[in-house]
Design a protein around this ligand. Structure first.
Ligand SMILES: [Zn+2]
Length: 77
């Protein structure tokens, strides 16, 4: 990670994005991480929360579509 330009008294969010197969995603424990997560530092709290909410909706939608596709693939066998 690059050198962080942190200012005293400021509030930061560190976003850690793990790969889809990383055990941390199922255990929720950062110690189980076996991937090289993407780290992003956010200072604009509102923007971070907004983008996270959007990402969550997109992830859920993508997951539902993947499950549907899997069901279709299983039914076709
Ligand atoms: Zn990981």
């Amino acid at each position: 990670m690059d050198i962080l330009d942190l200012k005293p008294g400021a509030l930061y969010f560190l976003e850690v994005a793990h790969d889809g197969w990383c055990p941390t995603l199922t255990t929720g424990n950062g110690d189980d991480c076996q991937c090289s997560p993407t780290l992003r530092l956010h200072q604009d709290t509102d923007y971070f929360i907004r983008s996270e909410t959007l990402n969550r909706r997109q992830r859920r939608k993508a997951q539902r579509e993947a499950e549907k596709a899997l069901c279709r693939a299983r039914a076709a066998k």
